[in-house]
Each structure stands twice: as structure tokens, then as C-alpha cells.
Design a protein around this ligand. Sequence first.
Ligand code: IPE
Ligand code: IPE
Ligand code: MG
Length: 247
Amino acid sequence: MGQAAAPLEAMVAGGGRLPRHVAIIMDGNGRWAKKRLLPRMAGHRKGIEAAKAVVRAAGEFGLEVLTLYAFSTENWSRPAEEVGELMGLLRHFIRADVAELAENGVQLRVIGDYRALAPDLVKLIDEAVEKTASNTKTTLVIALNYGSQAEITQAVRDLASDAAEGRIDPVAITAEHVTARLETSDWPAPDLLIRTSGEQRLSNFLLWQAAYAELLFVDTLWPDFGRAELKAALDQYARRERRFGGL
Ligand code: IPE
Ligand code: IPE
Ligand code: MG
């Protein structure tokens, strides 16, 4: 723990670059459990452990921002029992684990409509966000009840009402205006977006923000993802050539 960015950059093949912002679609908890003939919940529990290890490693490697997709707007369509268990795990994580992360300089932020969750959970989240607000090492962004289309729709609605009320000329609206109205406006766009478990889709995650992200799909199931897997992903990233439309 506590290593700065420099040692990793030196370790990375070819002295490549370190992403500022890594976003992860944590997928495969259910399959991890199924392979072991365990209930899906066991996979989710192990998934929390993986998330904690990855947050620690992100701090160690010097990432500025780590965004983890924890619950999508579409995940409400799962059986009520599983949704309840996921909320229980989240409650436990905020209560028990955020303090440790905070001691390690992690700032907690949330994107998504988390205010639609149970009132006690909303309160716990607000308290944790407030408690960690002055931490500057790594920002952990948890996407909770998050859906990219809902987020973009809200931004469009805000711009439309600004236009309707004469605060902005519709022809003057730029991509930057949209970016600034997204919930992620405090952070740089993700440089690297990882999805575990072999699925190759974005599932309504950061659709706008990932316009130029490097995408990495790995077969590892989320509960098996940890420091070594994050390191391997950062090595891969360092070997990629980003062009942004240029030559
Ligand atoms: C990811 O694992 C966790 C959440 C979406 C909350 P899954 O629960 O989607 O696991 P699989 O895809 O069924 O294996
Ligand atoms: C995406 O995983 C959402 C999260 C990781 C929170 P899902 O397992 O819900 O995605 P689909 O249904 O396979 O696209
Ligand atoms: Mg899944």
C-alpha cells in the first residue's frame, strides 16, 4: 500500500502510460457461484472482496479515478430476492468497508439514481460521501442504479429547459455542454473500460464518456479479479496506441 504512481509506470512494459480513469463492469458473480454449486449470493459476496482488492490496488498504482458498475437501472428486473441481497451487501460495504478505504485516502462518490434506494441506504451513502470528501488520493465512483441513457436524457432535459428559458442558444450547444451536465462532470473521461466474464457489451454504462476509451474484455469472472488482473489490464493499456481520430 501507499506506493505512488511512479513505480508502476516504471514496471509497465515500455514505460507506457497509466490511465487516469479506469471504469469496470464487474460481471460474472453468478457464474462464479454456479461453477461451485453455490447460491448466486456467494458470488456477490466474493465480488465485494474483489472490489475492495481492486480499489486498494488502484490506490497503490496511482489511478486518479476508478468507476465500478455495481447496479444498473436494468438490474431491477432480477428476482426481488437477489435485488434485496445486493442491497444488503451494499449496505454492509458502506458501513464496514468505506472507513478502511477512507483511511487509505479514497474519496467515495456515487453516480446513478441512488436516491431511489431505501432511505437508510441513501443516508449511509450521503454520510460516506461527506466523510471522504476531502480525500484526494483515488476517487472511487460507484455506479448505483445507474443507466447511461437515463443520465444522457437528463442532461438533454436540462439543456432543453435552459434553451426554453433563454439561458442558452440552441445552436450554441456543444458536446462540452452535454459532458458538463453528466453526473461524471468532475472527472476526466475513462481512458480504459474493462468488462469481466467474457461478455462483450456495455450494458448501458458510460456510453457518452467511453467515446474514446480503450475497451478491454477479459474472461476472468469478477470474483477472481484482483490486483494482478488490474496490473495486467494496465500493462495492456500501456501497449495500446490511442489515436483520437488523428494519425
Ligand atoms: C455482476 O454479476 C453483478 C451485478 C450485475 C450486480 P452478475 O450477477 O451479473 O453475474 P452473472 O452475469 O450472472 O454471472
Ligand atoms: C452489467 O451486468 C451491470 C453491472 C455489472 C452492474 P449485467 O450482468 O446486469 O449485464 P447484462 O444483463 O449481462 O447485459
Ligand atoms: Mg451479469
